[in-house]
Each structure stands twice: as structure tokens, then as C-alpha cells.
Write a new protein. Structure first.
Length: 69
């Protein structure tokens, strides 16, 4: 999940629209919806991604970005 988010060019205010990561995960990587949810929940729990309360976008946190330095 974090790798997919890191690969996306953020838009306004460092937002990454959720469809920019769920589409590739579900259709290119052939993940299941349960795997997607588990991956997203783990990334949020680890503090790598922050999910907006609306569920429409995430932001890569400093901890998440540090994984790619």
C-alpha cells in the first residue's frame, strides 16, 4: 500500500486520491478486497499513511516517506 502511495504524484496539499492506490492494487496486482483493507489498515496503524475521515484520500506520513529514503 505504501509503495503504491509513494509511486503516485500527490495533488493539492499532498493528497493521494484513494482510487490511485486501490485501482492498481485490485486490478494490476490482483489483490482481493480483504487484502486491500488489511494492507490499508496496517499502513495506517504503523503510521505510514493517514486516511482522511471521508475516505477519499490518504497522505503519506513522514514515517511512510522515510521507508523510501
Amino acid at each position: 500500500m505504501v509503495e503504491l502511495a509513494n509511486a503516485v504524484e500527490p495533488v493539492q496539499d499532498e493528497r493521494i486520491y484513494i482510487e490511485k492506490i486501490n485501482g492498481p492494487f485490485l486490478y494490476q496486482l490482483k489483490g482481493t478486497p480483504a487484502e486491500y483493507k488489511a494492507g490499508l489498515d496496517l499502513a495506517i496503524a504503523k503510521g505510514w499513511l493517514w486516511l482522511h475521515e471521508s475516505g477519499t484520500y490518504v497522505k503519506l506520513t513522514d514515517a511512510g516517506a522515510a521507508l523510501f529514503v
